[in-house]
Design a protein around this ligand. Structure first.
Ligand SMILES: Cc1ncc(COP(=O)(O)O)c(C=O)c1O
Length: 367
C-alpha cells in the first residue's frame, strides 16, 4: 500500500558498495555477512543480488543458513556461531553449509560424528574480543583434530576484531599481530576483517573478508562523513497521515514529552516502533521532508511519529518523509538514539514495512 511505511532496497547501491569492497581488497574473496535477515533489509529479497557479487554468505545461526538454502541460494554459506549439538551438525552436513568452530566442545562433537559430505571448517581464534574463539593454548590440538576428520576437506583460520571502529587503531594492530603469530605453523587460508578492518587495514586482509555494515552502505566510523563512497541500500519512508496546528502550552504525544512554546504546525508521520523505528529517539531527531530536515516532537509511538513542520509551506497529507536513506544517514539517526546503525537496521527485520527493490536493471519489483 502506498499509504504505508515503505523500505526501498537499492540493489545498484549494494552492487556499488561491493565494488568498493572489491577495489579496497582485490586480493580477498568476499563472505557477505547477512545475519539477522541481512541486517534487517530482508535476506529473501537481497540474496539473489548479493549472489552475483560475492563468493559466499555468512549468517549467525544454523536456522538462518537453512532459511537461506530454502530461499534458493546454493553457493557457499557459513554459520558464524557453528553448531551446538548433533542436530545442528546434521543440518550443516545435509545443507552443505560451512561452519565456524570456536570451542573445543565443538571439536569433540565433530570428531565423533560421521558426516556424509565434505565439510569446510573455519577455526575461530580468540585474539582480543573475548566472545567466541579458541584460546591460543587450544588452537593446535583443535587444528589437528579437525584436520584428522575424514570428511573435513578444508580448514580456514579466522579471528574477529573487537575495536576496529575505534580511532585508536593500536588495539586492532595488536589483534592482527597476535593472529599472525598464532597461525604461523599452519598454511591455511585466513580471514580477519569486518567492514572497519577492510577500510582501516586493507593490507591485513587475507584470503577472505567478511563485510557487513559497509555492504549495506553504512560507515563503521564516526563521523560517518569519513566513509568512502558508500551508498545506503535502505531508504525508509513513511507518509504524512495528518497535519495540525497546536498552540503554546500544548503537549504532543504519549507522556507529553514535548510542549509547544508557541503556535506551531506539526505533521503525523505513519511509522513507529511497531515498524522498527526506535521509540527512544528524542525530540529534535531529524526527519527529511521536501528537501530539508524537520525534527521529531514528542515520543515515537507504535504506528506514528510527530514532526515540526512550522518552517514549511508545502506539506500535504500523503507526502512521504524519509526516516533514513541517502538524504539522511542511518548513522546520524543512530547517533540520536545513542546506538549503533546496525541496531536500527536490524530492527527493521520486523517486516511490517513494505519492501520494494529498486536499481535492478531488469526493472523495479514490488515485493
Ligand atoms: C564474525 C563476524 N564477522 C564479520 C561481521 C561483520 O561486521 P561489520 O558489520 O562490522 O562489517 C560480523 C558482524 O557482527 C561478525 O560477527
Amino acid at each position: 500500500m502506498n499509504s504505508d511505511a515503505m523500505m526501498t532496497l537499492d540493489v545498484a547501491a549494494l552492487h556499488h558498495n561491493l565494488l568498493t569492497v572489491r577495489q579496497t581488497v582485490p586480493q580477498s574473496r568476499i563472505m557477505a555477512v547477512v545475519k539477522a535477515d541481512a541486517y534487517g533489509h530482508g535476506l529473501q529479497y537481497l540474496w539473489p543480488y548479493l549472489a552475483r557479487d560475492v563468493e559466499g554468505m555468512a549468517v549467525a545461526r544454523v536456522s538462518e543458513a537453512v532459511e537461506l538454502r530454502e530461499f534458493g541460494y546454493k553457493g557457499t554459506a557459513l554459520v558464524l556461531s557453528g553448531f551446538d549439538d548433533a542436530d545442528d551438525l546434521r543440518a550443516i552436513d545435509e545443507h552443505h553449509l560451512q561452519t565456524v568452530i570456536h570451542h573445543p566442545r565443538q571439536v569433540a562433537l565433530l570428531s565423533k560424528t560421521k558426516l556424509k559430505h565434505p565439510l569446510t571448517v573455519w577455526l575461530k581464534i580468540e585474539t582480543g574480543m573475548h566472545r567466541l574463539g579458541l584460546a591460543i593454548a587450544e588452537v593446535d590440538t583443535a587444528y589437528h583434530q579437525v584436520k584428522a576428520h575424514p570428511q573435513v576437506a578444508d580448514v580456514i583460520l579466522m579471528t574477529h576484531f573487537a575495536s576496529s571502529e575505534n580511532k585508536d587503531l593500536s588495539i586492532t594492530q595488536k589483534q592482527i599481530e597476535a593472529f599472525q603469530r598464532i597461525i604461523k605453523p599452519y598454511s591455511e587460508p585466513c580471514s580477519l576483517s569486518n567492514s572497519a578492518g577492510i577500510l582501516a587495514f586493507p593490507n591485513a586482509c587475507l584470503q577472505w573478508v567478511r563485510p557487513g555494515l559497509m555492504m549495506y552502505g553504512g560507515s563503521p566510523f564516526l563521523p560517518a562523513e569519513e566513509k568512502p563512497s558508500l551508498k545506503p541500500v535502505m531508504r525508509l519512508t513513511a507518509p504524512i497521515k495528518a497535519i495540525r496546528t497546536i498552540q503554546a502550552g500544548d503537549a504532543v504525544g504519549y507522556g507529553g514529552t514535548f510542549v509547544a512554546k508557541e503556535k506551531m504546525d506539526i505533521a503525523v508521520v505513519g511509522i513507529g516502533y511497531g515498524d522498527g523505528y526506535p521509540r527512544l529517539l528524542p525530540n529534535g531527531t531529524p526527519v527529511w521532508l521536501n528537501g530539508k530536515m524537520a525534527k521529531i516532537v514528542g515520543r515515537v509511538s507504535m504506528d506514528s511519529v510527530m514532526i515540526d513542520i512550522s518552517d514549511y509551506s508545502d506539506v500535504a497529507v500523503g507526502q512521504r518523509a524519509v526516516l533514513w536513506g541517502p538524504e539522511l544517514t542511518v548513522e546520524t539517526v543512530a547517533n540520536y538514539a545513542k546506538t549503533d546503525p546496525r541496531e536500527l537496521l536490524c530492527k527493521m527485520g520486523i517486516h511490517r514495512v513494505q519492501r520494494k527493490i529498486i536499481g535492478d536493471n531488469n526493472g523495479t519489483n514490488d515485493r
